[in-house]
Design a binder for this molecule. Structure first.
Ligand SMILES: *[C@@H]1O[C@H](CO)[C@@H](O)[C@H](O)[C@H]1NC(C)=O
Ligand SMILES: *[C@@H]1O[C@H](CO)[C@@H](O)[C@H](O)[C@H]1NC(C)=O
Ligand SMILES: *[C@@H]1O[C@H](CO)[C@@H](O)[C@H](O)[C@H]1NC(C)=O
Ligand SMILES: *[C@@H]1O[C@H](CO)[C@@H](O)[C@H](O)[C@H]1NC(C)=O
Ligand SMILES: *[C@@H]1O[C@H](CO)[C@@H](O)[C@H](O)[C@H]1NC(C)=O
Ligand SMILES: *[C@@H]1O[C@H](CO)[C@@H](O)[C@H](O)[C@H]1NC(C)=O
Length: 337
């Protein structure tokens, strides 16, 4: 019998109690999955107006849904940057998108296929109804960023970075006459194909930005050190001509008709569930509490004889992590005392 140091025992007791509280907390919603929803319920006015296209067949007037600086979309993507209405310029447009639901979904090189919840793909466009523009940012055509599939870049990273080199018609320093360039108000338009709770969806989310800060014709060489490398570039390594990356601009009716939105915001309204996998997780079945008892945690510590992984199936993905901790502690206490 291994004897733990007398100092370590009370620490372990405290640790166990804290973890146990966490496991029970899951069902009520202290986890990241629920935090935004609670946050929204408490602060419904955080949803500001933006009229993004997240309704099927009708224009949605719901708001930007920003939680701790992250912008939730009507899809699995969570935008880390930029924030809405940011005035932008410089060498290139930098966009950061969490494609893992803040760690709930696997990212390549791990298999992302799942019958319940998975990303299929994301494409991005820089669009303006005002200026009648629709530029390709990323459309899964080449293997060179940003046209490449963003899911396959930055292997293993949950946040994918898109560095879109401003095309030539956006060059300016704010002193040019109105109408001589294509500078002005744009949307970063994010198209997502994904599966949520077993159903496939397609959503479009528009993030407004202003292309009003200075953009020079010849970006500094320093940008070449950026990863992923900014693009697209023309044959001479300079800014692309806008015509080369232009798409037909669809009107709002066409866009609304094209989407197949989920019934609610993933993460907030529809808890993310993936199918149980046998790649790890809780060792042993669920334990039982002992009711205080002066910190004697050895007696009812739990069932450590369970088959590896058997308990996992009973837990959906969002619960297993804390449960696993508790089970590990349970196992430890059973073995050592
Ligand atoms: C994106 O995913 C959808 C749904 O699976 C598929 O139909 C479409 O072909 C994909 N697009 C690209 C460019 O891979
Ligand atoms: C951005 O998209 C919204 C709809 O999502 C639209 O109302 C707005 O006019 C667009 N802005 C520009 C500059 O195109
Ligand atoms: C992707 O965008 C580029 C630039 O706009 C365009 O040349 C290409 O045809 C597009 N690919 C597809 C599949 O739409
Ligand atoms: C921009 O072009 C792409 C590719 O053709 C299309 O999927 C998207 O709906 C267009 N967006 C707008 C606002 O027209
Ligand atoms: C939107 O575009 C479609 C296809 O080009 C066209 O039939 C329709 O009349 C347009 N709607 C509006 C409101 O402009
Ligand atoms: C998930 O899908 C199941 C089966 O279609 C359904 O019963 C359940 O209500 C869905 N959950 C949510 C939160 O939409």
């Amino acid at each position: 019998m291994i004897k733990l140091s007398t100092l370590f025992q009370p620490v372990l007791v405290l640790f166990f109690l804290l973890l146990w509280g966490e496991v029970h907390g899951q069902t009520l919603g202290a986890h990241i999955v629920r935090t935004p929803r609670q946050d929204y319920q408490q602060n419904p006015h955080r949803r500001q107006q933006n009229g993004n296209n997240n309704n099927n067949g009708k224009k949605d007037t719901s708001a930007f849904n920003i939680v701790n600086g992250q912008i939730l979309t009507p899809g699995l993507a969570i935008l880390d940057a930029p924030q809405p209405f940011t005035p932008m310029g410089g060498d290139f447009l930098h966009i950061a998108i969490d494609v893992s639901g803040n760690g709930k979904l696997p990212v390549p090189p791990r298999a992302i296929d799942d019958p319940l919840t998975q990303f299929f793909n994301i494409t991005l466009f820089l669009t303006s109804n005002v200026l009648l523009k629709n530029f390709t940012i990323s459309n899964i055509t080449t293997s060179t960023p940003p046209f490449a599939n963003i899911m396959d870049q930055e292997s293993g990273q949950t946040v994918k970075h898109i560095n879109f080199e401003w095309p030539d018609c956006l060059v300016g320093d704010g002193k040019e006459d109105i109408g001589t360039t294509a500078r002005g108000e744009y949307n970063i338009s994010i198209h997502q194909n994904f599966r949520l709770n077993g159903s496939d969806h397609y959503s479009i989310f528009n993030l407004p930005i202003s292309v009003t800060n200075s953009i020079s014709q010849f970006p500094g060489a320093g940008q070449l050190l950026t990863k992923p490398p900014p693009g697209p570039l023309n044959a001479n390594g300079g800014r692309m001509s806008c015509e080369m990356i232009s798409n037909r601009l669809r009107n709002i009716t066409e866009l609304v008709n094209s989407v197949n939105n989920p019934p609610g915001q993933p993460y907030q309204d529809i808890a993310i569930e993936t199918t149980a996998k046998n790649q790890g997780g809780q060792v042993g079945g669920p334990g039982t509490t002992n009711n205080g008892g002066g910190g004697n945690i050895g007696n009812n510590g739990g069932n450590a004889q369970g088959v590896v992984g058997a308990g996992t199936k009973a837990f959906k993905g969002r619960v297993w992590d804390s449960a696993a901790f508790a089970a590990v502690v349970t196992l430890a206490t059973t073995v050592t005392w």
